[in-house]
Design a protein around this ligand. Sequence first.
Ligand SMILES: Cc1cc2nc3c(=O)[nH]c(=O)nc-3n(C[C@H](O)[C@H](O)[C@H](O)COP(=O)(O)OP(=O)(O)OC[C@H]3O[C@@H](n4cnc5c(N)ncnc54)[C@H](O)[C@@H]3O)c2cc1C
Length: 474
Amino acid sequence: MTETSNLSIAVIGAGPGGYAAAFLAADLGMKVTLIDPELNPGGVCLYRGCIPSKALLHVAKLIDESRHAKNWGVDYSDPKIDLPRLRTWKDGVIKKLTGGLGQLSKQRKVEYIQGRAAFENSNTLKIGKANGHEESLTFDRIVIATGSRPAIIPSLKLETPRMMDSTSALDLSDVPGTLLVIGGGYIGLELGTVYAALGCKVSVVEMLPGLLPGADRDLVLPLHKRTEKVFDSILLNTTVSAVKEESSGIRVTFDGPEVKERERLFDKVLVSVGRKPNSEIPGLDKTQVKVGARGFIQVNKQLQTDDPAVYAIGDVVGEPMLAHKASHEGRTAVEAIAGHKVAFEPNAIPAVVFTDPEIAWCGLTETQAQKENREIKVAKFPWGASGRAMTIDRTEGMTKLIVDPQTERVLGVGIVGAGAGELIAEGVLAIEMGALARDIALTIHPHPTLSETVMESAEVFFGTSTHVYRPKRQ
Ligand SMILES: Cc1cc2nc3c(=O)[nH]c(=O)nc-3n(C[C@H](O)[C@H](O)[C@H](O)COP(=O)(O)OP(=O)(O)OC[C@H]3O[C@@H](n4cnc5c(N)ncnc54)[C@H](O)[C@@H]3O)c2cc1C
């Protein structure tokens, strides 16, 4: 890759999109300034998103496994939760990672400014620094990577610590006796899983007929079944029409055809109804950047906005709002700025729900294929036939391939089961490499591993899976 010296570039926001962009720009020889309100790079992902949630989910998994261990002849007593130590551990993970990113910035000679940026024009930023000073700086190119924040339903807004969003839920100030999670999306389910493992009675309310709207139903089913055992209640087709604080909790009013109890009292409520892009950057109207109807900044495949000097990446430009999508967009934008012939047009962006079991998918989903009236063939391998799944007592999983029946090319992969988030990487690689079902079936996978389920789902496609007997049609 050629070096591009002399270009000066500012990146607003140091989340996984912003810092990945800034670091690559520095590696390519540009003069880089990275601006963010936090002490070190990291953004939502590291400070109040992916990383703290996964640290807590790891603990939740351990607690859950210790409870199951009696089925395997090992009896543990009930865990004692030391909340301050748990918080210290989680905060320590964040500190180590963000501190490491600070070090990497310094090593690359990225000028990191702790502060907030506003536009004066397409090339100039006014930066309000954390130390109270203000500075105007001019750049050849500016990359907006300001991310997103939790969406709020105005009618459900109450100024009380009993009402939480994902950020305050991750602070883990206490473990309430009862918690209502409003929204059955991945963030609500992940955080609900954590609180349930810590001993809280968790209920989830979702206005649509199923959890994780958008994901294929056969992937969601095993999760739904297990969640029914872990959560106190799951209310589908139900909306929350009112919330009111009382001395002993939040009184919640439910609406919907299946509602049995119209009002219930909860110690705490977590509102998790999606995220809003941070596109209201002061002074953005002094540039030619255009913001679309849903608040996302409009960009082309090079991540360039309608203003030639300004690029935008990550959550602020659209779905899927995921860290790895942000990083790849950040790197593409920088390469475009460097003059390389690039475009952000992935065949597959993996999505992972880190619940128990995990759900992961990439490429074409069955739901999408049905919507688009696309002819596909689906090959499913049940984990009940996997030796590895049996050894870890997690046979409820399933791996499926979505294949083009004419070309036999793999278009999509969906997995539900323990460790699905790690396994899906093989699916992404297969799709990006244009693999055929035969390629996967002929690739020798290690035994005994869950990765064999990907290979065997390809064998199922040909009706010749070793561990699935399919009687011949007469
Ligand atoms: C609870 C939770 C769990 C999640 N789990 C996952 C997961 O497991 N996997 C996954 O892929 N994604 C996950 N996400 C989503 C992921 O965090 C985001 O997709 C990702 O952080 C987006 O990266 P970004 O670079 O676009 O912006 P962000 O990470 O949102 O960072 C933007 C930064 O810009 C700063 N900023 C905003 N305005 C300005 C300004 N004017 N000047 C300077 N700085 C500014 C913000 O303060 C912030 O630090 C999770 C999110 C949440 C909330």
